[in-house]
Design a protein around this ligand. Structure first.
Ligand code: URA
Length: 203
């Protein structure tokens, strides 16, 4: 199997997944979208209403804002892979529960392993917590960190900026820093994971 086929096999499993109760209320699971050899991967939180309807990530209001942010810094959405920490919509868009994140984790782990993106942009605190569970997003957003050859770039979630307009300029500045990183004009800091990170299979 090539990378594209391996990724499609994961997505086929996700679409049929019944491992947690979220499957019962979903219209469609949302595995993710984008090329199997993407250099950049964006990881959001969970599908919302429109994503659940269409089976595609970031197609609602937050997705439109994400498109704007990408366009502003010259990143083509067709060239990036976009997914979420959990693949099914939580009822009333509530936050993902720890056990849902845990149950869904192997799918995200496999997507990262197959795609092997150079840069992983985490959108929001649930996504950031996967790599940096002890950090606060208000402290680390916009700061790329290299871990085992991969660069993690934490950012606020675009939906947060829709509710809190003061975050718009923060997100836009962080996207400009992402551009700098891609152009080689920003160096990531080298991050040494805490000793228990491997045990927790964070990286
Ligand atoms: N918010 C997310 O975190 N993911 C989506 O796919 C849409 C909105």
């Amino acid at each position: 199997m090539n990378r594209k086929e391996m990724l499609e096999a994961v997505h086929t499993e996700v679409r049929a997944c019944t491992l947690c109760p979220l499957h019962a209320a979903r219209t469609r699971a949302v595995p993710g979208a984008g090329p199997a050899d993407a250099e950049i991967m964006f990881i959001g939180e969970a599908p919302g209403f429109h994503e659940d309807q269409q089976g595609l990530p970031f197609v609602g209001a937050a997705g439109r804002y994400l498109n704007e942010l990408l366009t502003k810094v010259g990143i083509d959405r067709q060239h990036v892979f976009i997914t979420n920490v959990i693949k099914c919509r939580p009822p009333s868009n509530r936050e993902p529960k720890a056990e849902e994140v845990e149950t869904c984790k192997p799918y995200l782990d496999r997507q990262i392993e197959i795609i092997s993106p150079r840069v992983i942009v985490t959108l929001g605190r649930h996504s950031m917590a996967r790599a940096f569970p002890e950090e606060k997003i208000s402290t680390v957003h916009g700061q790329p960190r290299e871990v085992n050859g991969q660069i993690y770039f934490p950012m606020y979630h675009p939906a947060a900026a829709l509710h809190q307009p003061s975050l718009r300029s923060v997100l836009e500045a962080d996207f400009a820093r992402l551009r700098d990183l891609l152009d080689g004009n920003l160096e990531p800091e080298t991050y040494t994971p805490p000793p228990d990170a491997e045990q927790l299979s964070l990286f």
